[in-house]
Design a protein around this ligand. Sequence first.
Ligand code: ADP
Ligand code: MG
Length: 238
Amino acid sequence: MSTIELLGLSKRYGGVTVVAPTDLRIEQGELVTLLGPSGSGKSTILSMIAGLTTPSEGMVRIGGCDVTHVPPAQRNLGMVFQSYALFPHMTVFDNIAFALSIRSVAKAEIATRVDRALAQVRLGGLERRRPSELSGGQQQRVALARALVFEPEILLLDEPMGALDKNLREEVQLELRQLQRELGVTTVLVTHDQEEALSLSTRLVVLDQGRIQQIDTPIAAYQRPSNRFVAQFIGTAN
Ligand code: ADP
Ligand code: MG
C-alpha cells in the first residue's frame, strides 16, 4: 500500500509560512503533479513527503502509517531531483549500483536489480557507458533507474526534466508515463511547466504562495479553473 496522505501539513521558516496547513490524499498508482510558480512551496511539500524537511505542524502518512518522524531511508521512496548529478567517472552500471553496494547487497543481486532498472527505463546495453557518452535525456533516465533500483513504491520527482530541452523532456515524460502505468508506482512530480503537468498527471495540485488553489484532473482544472490564479496559470500553457 502506497497511498500518501498529508494532514494539516505546514512549514514555517522563522515567522514566514511557506506551506499553509495542507490536506491531500494521493492514491496508490497515481501520478500527481504539484504545479505552481517558483516559490509556491512545491519543493518544500515534496521534501516533507520525503522526510528531508521536518514539518512545522501536521502529519505525513504512507500506506496508512504515520511516517512524520521516520527517516527518509526507511520510507521506501525513490527520489530524482534536477540537481542530483550522476558520478561522471563511473559507468552507468556503477552509478546505479553504487547505493546498493554501500548497503552491502550481494553482487549477483545487484547485477539483477541494475539490469531490471535499466530495462525499465529502456537503457539496456548502455551499462558500460559513462554519463558524458549519453544524451541529457538518457542521463536523466539513468537517474530514474538509480531511484528504481530500490524498487520503491513511491517516486518523488522534483523538476526532473527542468534542465532538458523539449525533445529530451518528451523522452523522459514518456518513460514516466510507462513506469506509472506498467509498475503502478505512486508518483509525485514537481513542475512549473503547465504543459507537462496537463499531459502527464492523473491529478493536478495547483499551488500559489504555499496554498493549494485547486486539486483536480487536468481536464477539469483546465475547463473549470477554481479561481483567477488557476485560470491564468494553466491558461499560459497555450
Ligand atoms: P518552489 O519549489 O515552489 O519553487 P520552495 O518550496 O522551494 O518553492 O520554496 C517556498 C518558499 O520557501 C520560498 O519562498 C523559499 O524561499 C522558502 N524556503 C525554502 N526553503 C527554505 C529554507 N530552508 N529557509 C528559508 N526559506 C526557505
Ligand atoms: Mg522547487
